[in-house]
Design a protein around this ligand. Structure first.
Ligand SMILES: [Zn+2]
Length: 440
């Protein structure tokens, strides 16, 4: 018998590989953080033994979800200022609150809460754009969640830097500190083409190319942004970024709501990946990105929650369901964004969008073992005909039982193994009281 670190059993296993293979009565063998083999449970039991056994009958095993754009620490501003337009929300409420509160301790405690919420809704990888990235990285390591972390860059002073030189220096240092880490992948995160001038964006591009890391940016989120860029540069946002040589296949652009056909073609030509943040866009009434057109043009589109202050939860299951339904109605065509496409956007395509396609996002031998089990023995998940539609249209975060990241069980029977849930919630309530008392 060969020894395995852990064996994950499923009545069904959705691999999300190229062929979308499904294994019934199957098992996934984990060794050294990697998926060693996937086969029928019978064959795996004959070949391997392990002290760690997860899942079983009535369980669906699938890759952990990928949240391709968020600001995790903003969970401490959740519900602080809702039902406002993006510009007012950001400039009058969020940025002042951030100026007042952000420090390494705030970000660490907030990311512990955000990570707990994400893991318990099946997210095993997230892309973050924020400040105090070392705190985000440390909290992610503590929780055992995979993180693709961008150092935020803007043209104006914040609590992390006063000048663009300082921001760029911070990003360079952050890349040094975390490059090569098994869970943390550094990237650079200029806020947007309206919060960063041409010179700043060119310096970001130069740094990203020199350090061989990806870049992520907010792009064409609102009509206001388009008007702003047209006013400043005489070009729409995507055309402007193309004109300064910023577009490329190492860029992940969040939102892309207000893009015309020419801009979609440009994004496709340059191989830019897009984070679709449907619930954030709906709540802020920013508009709805033309995702079916993007997919038809060959763009890689992933799903994302955006920050909890604009969503207000960190749950990819509901993003899948909302995205699939909205685009069907908009297109007046129920075949648009079918459940397989929605689940690909939430798993493999999300990983590929952040350059982690060979690491996570599907269950295949050689991939890091990032996976979840879902309890199918629920009224709303019975009977189980099409497993993709079951996950996309009917499953809830509370159906997720076990979560494994990099071969390590981090949630077991809905209980976090890598931290004290009550302590995380207690600290969050304390910070919440401070934020509330300062804003009233
Ligand atoms: Zn965002």
């Amino acid at each position: 018998m060969e020894q395995a670190d852990c064996i994950v059993f499923g009545e069904h296993i959705l691999t999300m590989n190229d062929r979308l293979d499904i294994v019934h009565d199957g098992a996934v063998v984990v060794r050294g953080g990697v998926i060693a083999e996937i086969d029928s449970a019978e064959n795996i039991r004959r070949k391997y033994s392990s002290a760690c056994s997860v899942g079983g009958q009535g369980r669906l095993v699938l890759p952990g979800f990928v949240n391709s754009h968020t600001h995790a620490a903003m969970v401490f501003f959740r519900g602080l200022a809702d039902d406002l337009p993006l510009k007012d929300w950001l400039e009058k409420h969020i940025w002042p609150a951030e100026m007042r509160f952000l420090n390494p301790e705030f970000v660490y405690d907030a990311v512990m809460l955000a990570g707990l919420e994400m893991l318990k809704s099946g997210i095993t990888t997230f892309n973050d754009m924020y400040f105090f990235g070392d705190s985000t990285a440390r909290a992610s390591k503590q929780l055992g969640i995979r993180a693709f972390l961008g150092v935020g860059i803007v043209d104006f002073p914040t609590m992390t830097a006063k000048t663009v030189d300082e921001y760029i220096g911070n990003a360079d240092r952050f890349i040094d500190a975390w490059k090569g880490d098994p869970l943390i992948t550094p990237c650079i995160a200029p806020h947007s083409a309206y919060a960063c001038c041409t010179q700043t964006l060119k310096r970001v591009k130069e740094l990203a190319d020199r350090r061989n890391v990806l870049t992520t940016i907010h792009l064409s989120e609102t009509e206001w942004e388009v008007a702003q860029l047209v006013g400043s540069y005489g070009k729409r946002p995507v055309e402007y970024l193309e004109s300064i040589g910023f577009l490329g296949n190492r860029l992940l652009a969040a939102h892309c709501v207000w893009v015309d056909d020419r801009e979609i073609d440009l994004l496709a030509l340059r191989g830019v990946a897009v984070s679709h943040c449907i619930e954030s866009n709906l709540k802020l009434a920013s508009g709805i990105a033309p995702v079916p057109k993007m997919l038809a043009a060959g763009l890689k589109v992933a799903l994302a929650t955006d920050g909890a202050a604009s969503n207000n939860d960190l749950n990819i299951l509901s993003e899948m369901s909302t995205a699939a339904k909205i685009h069907k109605t908009l297109a007046n065509d129920p075949t648009v964004i079918d459940s397989r496409t929605a689940l690909l956007m939430a798993t493999r395509w999300g990983a590929e969008a952040m350059g982690l396609g060979g690491v996570t996002g599907s269950l295949e031998p050689g991939m890091r073992a990032d996976m979840i089990t879902l309890n199918l023995q629920k009224p709303h998940l019975t009977p189980a005909f099409d497993l993709y539609s079951l996950v996309v249209y009917a499953a809830m975060a509370s159906d997720i039982e076990d979560v494994m990241v990099d071969g390590k069980p981090v949630v077991r029977n809905r209980v976090l193994l890598t931290g004290d849930e009550e302590e995380i919630l207690q600290k969050a309530r304390e910070w919440g009281r401070k934020v509330l008392s300062a804003s009233t």
